[in-house]
Every structure is written in C-alpha cells, then in structure tokens.
Ligand binder design. Structure first.
Ligand code: SAM
Length: 230
C-alpha cells in the first residue's frame, strides 16, 4: 500500500509519463506509477548505495527493469540532457530540493512538470519556480501519520500567473493555492506556525540586543497567519 503522500504525487503525473524520481529510496513511487500505467517509464536516481540497492530490488521484484532505470548519482546528474518530461523530488528539505534543481538546471530543458514535496521550507521551491520559468499550477496539503505534507506542482510557463503582485511575499511563503483553497489541514498548519512565531517574537523582544528587523518580520508573518485563521 503506497502512502497517501506518494499516491497524491503519483496522481499529479500525466498518463504516459516519462519521469525522474530523484532521491527515490525504495523506488516505491516509480514502481506504483509504472504498475498502474503500462505506458509510463521512469528513472530512479539515488545518491546513496543502500537505497540504490533497495530500489533495484523493488524494480526487479515487479519485473519493471525494462521501464524503470535505477541510477546512482547526485541529484539531476544521473539524467542525460533533455531526457525526462517530468521530475519528482520528494521527502527532503526545501533548500536541498532547490539546490538539486539549481545545480542541474541544464538537464531540465525538456521538463514540462516538476513535482516537489519539501518536508520544510516550501518557500524556497516557490521562489525557485518563480525565478526559473515554472508556473506553480497547484499545491496540495495533506496529513498522514501526524505529519503535514505540502506538494507543489510546477509547469513550464508564466511564473507569475498564480501570484498577485500585491501579496507576493505572503503567497510565496504560504502558497497562493493553499491560501485560496483554505482547507482544514492548512488551517491546522497555520495555527501551529502562529504559535511558533508568537513564541519566537516573545523571545526576540526579551533579548538583550533587540533585533528590530526581526521583530517587524515576525509581526508581519503573525498578521498573515491571523488573516488565514480569521
Ligand atoms: N523520495 C522518497 C519519498 O519521498 O518517500 C524518499 C525520501 S528519503 C527521505 C530521501 C532520499 O533522498 C534518500 O534515499 C537519500 O539517499 C536521497 N538523496 C538525498 N540527497 C540526494 C541527492 N542529492 N541526490 C539523489 N538522492 C538524494
């Protein structure tokens, strides 16, 4: 049984996908996609030997060697130029996902869709999409085993299309689609974020050297979170 998180990622790949799953670990995602869609093909990339071996094992168990290639290497370096049409990078921190995209940009000229699932700091992905010609076409938020996950879907296109220039900073931080959809899980996330920010603000105010810029930023973030929760 594939996790709800990976199932939601799979649902955002088109039929007949030819995609790379970077940091694939057990290759559960590419196996699931290829088992459910006979026209799909994938490359599973892994930088570590252990997961690379488990990925091959999983692929062979399903007899999918002809459609899933498992490759050992760092980030997008496992890909040839223009090789895949979609890229998935899931289950890592946002800054690491952004660095993987940034350092392998030249491999993405034929990539129509990037699906990222950052465990923290989704802002760094939104910012990277915005600066690199990907339109953030959708965002999903879900809860599984006590964790809240965000999935960001970017298609090559007009990067500003999903943003409103007067709310850019707020939307880059919290997500333009998540703000619009305003789902229960998003509220749960904002509530816990609000508690954290209020605590940090109280600490920053008590510091011996008062950091005014930090206070202004925290107050701004707290007011954005309150707007969501109103
Ligand atoms: N993508 C899977 C998922 O979402 O369930 C696995 C996530 S697992 C927490 C992260 C995986 O990324 C690990 O197997 C790790 O070895 C791999 N990884 C970390 N940095 C990487 C990099 N620069 N290139 C390729 N794989 C990487």
């Amino acid at each position: 049984q594939l996790s709800k998180r990976l199932t939601n990622i799979a649902q955002n790949l088109p039929r007949g996908a030819y995609f790379a799953d970077i940091g694939s670990d057990h290759a559960y995602l590419p196996c699931y996609v290829c088992l459910n869609d006979p026209s799909a093909q994938a490359i599973a990339g892994e930088v570590n030997h252990g997961p690379y071996t488990s990925a091959w094992k999983e692929v062979k168990n399903h007899g999918l060697e002809g459609r899933i290639d498992v490759r050992l290497g760092n980030g997008l370096q496992v890909l040839n130029d223009n090789e895949v049409r979609q890229v998935v990078i899931a289950g890592m921190g946002g800054p690491l996902i952004r660095d993987i995209l940034e350092s392998g940009k030249e491999k993405l000229s034929e990539t129509e869709r990037i699906i990222a699932q950052p465990n923290i700091d989704a802002r760094s992905i939104r910012q990277w999409f915005f600066q690199n010609g990907y339109d953030l076409v959708d965002e999903l938020i879900l809860e599984e085993n006590g964790h809240i996950y965000e999935i960001l879907v970017g298609d090559r296109g007009e990067p500003a299309a999903s943003y409103d220039s007067s709310h850019l900073e707020k939307q880059l931080w919290l997500g333009p689609h998540l703000l619009k959809k305003s789902e229960r899980v998003f509220h749960t996330k904002c509530k816990s974020e609000l508690e954290k920010k209020e605590y940090v603000l109280s600490q920053v105010k008590q510091a011996t050297v008062v950091n005014e810029d930090k206070i202004i930023q925290l107050k701004q973030e707290i007011s954005w979170l309150r707007e969501v929760l109103e």
